[in-house]
Write a protein that binds this ligand. Structure first.
Ligand SMILES: Nc1nc2c(c(=O)[nH]1)N[C@H]1C(S)=C(S)[C@@H](COP(=O)(O)OP(=O)(O)OC[C@H]3O[C@@H](n4cnc5c(N)ncnc54)[C@H](O)[C@@H]3O)O[C@H]1N2
Ligand code: MOO
Length: 409
């Protein structure tokens, strides 16, 4: 049995990022940028108004003997248009937010600080003195031509996509999304729309994993359930060989019908098998015809936990992410942990911030068949190897499952 750290580093050492492709901007959400983005234009592209109001010369805004100056209004400029004449001394032009500042004007006053006769007024009174540059958003203030705005390796979320659209990147070079084959195993496993028959259980793992793969940003595909025969597994593995990653669940322990490792060895190679942890000891990792395969245990909680700890980082590395591991924080285990295990124990818990510290409450019976122990769990509290006693109030590390990855390896 190897340690969790060794298992993770052996898996990740074996994974390289997928090829770079160009995709339409609307399809890159969650993917990783493969090239630096350098602004080819100033943004904003032209000096423009931050307010609906009037463009004028700042020297014309000074009051005379306590009287507001009255300027002649020579026209207007709306967003999307350019003024057809300049603002001269003693005059002003109506201007809308986002419209280019007309030549001659050096300042904008918002409409609330003026007085006039209505929309067609030919004059405007300036009720406040304004300084040069007031309410003007200069060209290049946000991004300068030639400036590197996004770096290769950046994860593309909504903000980054807004920037790319602003700069006119209609297609974007990204690391390709991973296609992940999901395979259930076991004669006891039936489809979820079937009534339960004696000895049978529904295929929950494939659906749980499908959702987890999608949440990790990859494209899952369920390939059904292989029977507990060499032929059935060979056939399913042949189908799975066209994917970027294969996830199996079940069939990796020491039972008479736990055949996944045998077929891995026959058609590829087993890099390691068994990790010193609970839940999830029998995890196997290797290749089938060049495609990495993570053999997750059949027990649903073991499958879910080992997906988060191993398969999710593998998917992130495949997709070119820099940060592949979830953050860990110190938590005070409010209720303690009675369930002692010799292997390192990942205990499902609900962590909240309470009076200046993180407090963990475990989610009940931690058996690896107890799917309800996953409900509410937003963290895995790590109890070190050797099964030390964890009385209430003990401080341990916890992996925060809902926080974004912040650790590279
Ligand atoms: N003699 C030993 N027996 C077991 C050991 C051991 O070390 N020695 N390890 C135990 C541990 S720990 C785990 S975890 C399980 C893992 O076994 P497998 O990965 O081989 O999984 P199966 O035996 O096929 O199934 C285990 C359990 O999970 C249920 N299952 C399987 N597939 C699904 C599915 N798609 N959806 C829902 N549930 C599924 C299956 O019915 C079993 O109850 O082995 C222990 N045994
Ligand atoms: O590793 Mo198993 O998940 O302890 O039941």
């Amino acid at each position: 049995m190897i340690s969790v750290e060794e298992a993770l580093s052996r898996m990740l050492a074996d994974i390289t990022a997928l090829p770079i492709i160009k995709l339409p901007l609307a399809e890159v959400s969650g993917l990783v940028l493969a090239e630096d983005v350098v602004a080819q234009e100033d943004i904003p592209p032209f000096d423009n108004s931050a307010m609906d109001g009037f463009a004028l010369q700042s020297t014309d805004s000074k009051a005379h003997n306590g009287q507001p100056p009255r300027l002649r209004v020579t026209g207007g400029v709306a967003a999307g248009y350019v003024a057809d004449h300049a603002v001269e001394a003693g005059t002003a032009m109506r201007i809308m937010t986002g419209a280019p500042v007309p030549p001659g004007a050096d300042t904008i006053i918002q409409v609330e600080l003026t007085h006039n006769d209505g929309p067609d007024s030919t004059w405007v009174e300036i009720l406040h003195e304004v300084t040069p540059g007031n309410n003007i958003r200069p060209a290049g203030e946000d991004m300068r031509r030639g400036q590197t705005i996004l770096q290769r390796g950046a994860e593309l979320g909504a903000w980054e996509i807004g920037i790319l659209a602003t700069l006119g990147w209609a297609t974007v070079p990204v690391v390709r999304q991973a296609r992940v084959a999901i395979l259930g195993t076991g004669d006891e496993v039936i489809e979820i729309d079937q009534p339960l028959a004696p000895g049978k259980i529904r295929n929950s793992n494939s659906y749980l994993l499908e959702a987890a793969v999608r949440r990790a940003g990859a494209r899952p595909e369920r390939l059904g359930v292989a029977r507990d025969t060499v032929e059935s597994l060979r056939e399913k593995f042949a189908q799975a060989a066209n994917y970027d990653l294969i996830l199996t669940s079940g069939g990796v322990s020491v039972g008479d019908f736990d055949l996944v490792k045998d077929i891995m060895a026959e058609q590829g190679q087993v890099n390691f098998w068994r990790i010193n942890m609970r839940p999830g000891k029998p995890v196997a990792f290797g290749h089938i015809g060049g495609v990495p395969l993570v053999g997750l245990p059949g027990n649903p909680v073991s499958s879910a936990v080992t997906f988060e700890l191993f398969a999710r980082p593998v998917i992130r590395k495949l997709q070119g992410h820099t940060y592949v591991l979830k953050p860990q924080v110190d938590v005070t285990v409010e209720d303690g942990i009675q369930d002692r295990a010799q292997r390192r124990h990942y205990v499902r818990a609900y962590v909240t911030w309470h009076e200046g510290r993180f407090v963990a409450r475990t989610t009940g019976n931690q058996g690896s068949h107890m799917m309800t122990s996953l409900l509410q769990a937003n963290a895995l509290v790590i109890v070190p190897e050797g099964g030390p006693e964890v009385p209430p109030g003990t401080v341990l590390k916890a992996i925060m499952l809902d926080w974004p990855e912040d650790t590279r390896v």
